[in-house]
Design a protein around this ligand. Structure first.
Ligand code: XLS
Ligand code: NI
Ligand code: NI
Length: 439
């Protein structure tokens, strides 16, 4: 079998924190058990097909800059090469999953029918390669934003013909995901939003968007696809105002349109920071309702105002994320950690793809180890429990059960002294967190 990564001759192994090898894991030890599950089970890491095999290093100021061995031949041949490169890479890396958009694994044809045919041909090849390698599909999705037809949106397009096109495209992408045993299906609303209200009928677009998602739910039931549907919030980019702004907005939208039971949330770290939140804020909001379904593991740059999609390396952030995931019943469930991340334009060597993924997996594994110790030793949670302890009193329970009135609390306040304000101890808690991170 030909190889696209001849520099990597054997699977990436765990060598431990003392290893100096750049092609080894220092923290990610797939079979190590933490809190009753192996690391492999906690993370269910996935490689993002679009960045890793279709990324070219292009940016707003310059065209494709990377030479990739798999980028050759006719569009369909190139698709086959990229697909085989994906399975070789993912297997050598030791990640159990991959994720794709329909149009990154198969080229768009001259007509819709031809695009569907291309997708079917590639799905047949992917099915064989999945069988050969044991690598599975974490999620599939439809790219309803790159082609110029989607300039004014897909489900929220003012033109019914584009809406219909997007519905049909999603139908086929969902069927491809089902055919490949995908465990989830993602909706990211690229261009579901607006540039200016001067030309936008907001209530009409909201109604269309709900209908768009309802049609997908109906088709899912019709074909018997059991995968989890996920919505991935993002506040802006490509449009100035994206409708799936953040987790709270999406959950409200789902509730309002009878879609709440059918979806969970896929949280991307860089989208959280674009929304003016932290990654852990978004994870916490989703998890509070049992809706944290999957994670797009990347990170942004606080000095840049766009979705830079960098590989995760910030240990504070991965630790905070793992605190949330570990405390969610069942962890990430049938979701996983997908590296929706790309190398910088200057990291132009195919080997950089390995370093990037190894670094990301290690950053999360280390976050998991630290988060688990923080939880086991109640290093932070003990303080939090104490901070809310007054709510455990009979009156606290009565209020939360909805059995106390404003009159009753008025009378109660008159029997009490002025409340004393206790320290929130933020700086102390930050010291404790650092001690665990460095240990
Ligand atoms: C773009 C999104 C996209 C989704 C899948 O910002 O992150 O890559 O994850 O369509
Ligand atoms: Ni994403
Ligand atoms: Ni993104």
């Amino acid at each position: 079998m030909s190889t696209y990564f001849p520099q990597v001759t054997q699977p990436i192994a765990y060598e431990g924190p003392k290893s100096k090898s750049p092609l080894a894991f220092k923290w990610y030890d797939a079979s190590r058990v933490i809190a009753g599950k192996t690391m492999a089970e906690h993370f269910r890491f996935a490689v993002a097909f679009w960045h890793t095999f279709k990324g070219t290093g292009a940016d707003m100021f310059g065209p494709a800059a990377w030479v990739r061995d798999w980028n050759c031949g006719s569009p369909l041949e190139a698709a086959g090469h990229a697909l085989r490169a994906n399975f070789e890479f993912t297997q050598k890396l030791g990640a159990p999953f991959y994720c794709f958009h329909d149009r990154d694994i198969a080229p768009e044809g001259a007509t819709f029918a031809e695009s569907c045919k291309n997708l079917e041909a590639i799905v047949a090849q992917a099915k064989e390669l999945q069988k050969e390698t044991g690598i599975k599909l974490l999620w599939g999705t439809a790219n309803c934003f790159s082609n110029p037809r989607y300039t004014h949106g897909a489900g929220t397009n003012p033109d019914l013909n584009v809406f219909a096109y997007a519905v049909a495209q999603v139908k086929h992408a969902m069927e491809a995901t089902y055919e490949l045993g995908g465990e989830n299906y993602v909706f990211w609303g690229g261009r579901e939003g607006y540039e200016t209200l001067l030309n936008t009928d907001y209530p009409q677009e909201q109604e269309q968007f709900a209908r768009f998602l309802q049609l997908a739910v109906e088709h899912k039931k019709k074909i018997g696809f059991k995968g989890q549907f996920l919505i991935e919030p993002k506040p802006k980019e490509p449009t100035k105002h994206q409708y799936d702004f953040d987790t709270a907005t999406v959950l409200g939208f789902l509730r309002a349109h009878g879609l709440y039971e059918d979806f969970k949330i896929n949280i991307e770290a860089n989208h959280a920071t674009l929304a003016g939140h932290t990654f852990e804020h978004e994870l916490t909001v989703a998890s509070a309702e049992g809706k944290l379904g999957s994670i797009d593991a990347n990170q942004g740059d606080y000095l840049l105002g766009w979705d830079t999609d960098q590989f995760p390396s910030d240990l504070y952030s991965t630790t905070a994320a793992m605190l949330v995931v570990l405390q969610q019943a069942g962890g990430i469930g049938c979701g996983g950690f997908n590296f929706d991340a790309k190398c910088r334009r200057g990291s132009n060597d195919a080997l950089d793809l390995f370093y990037a993924h190894i670094g990301g997996m290690d950053a999360f594994a280390r976050g998991l180890v630290v988060a688990d110790r923080l939880i086991q030793e109640k290093a932070l949670s003990g303080f939090v429990a104490e901070r809310y302890s007054s709510w455990k009193s009979p009156l606290g329970e009565k209020i939360l059960a909805g059995k106390a009135s404003s009159d009753e609390l008025d009378a109660y306040v008159r029997t009490q002294a002025e409340p004393t304000v206790k320290s929130g101890r933020q700086e102390l808690l930050e010291i404790i967190r650092n001690e665990y991170l460095l240990a």
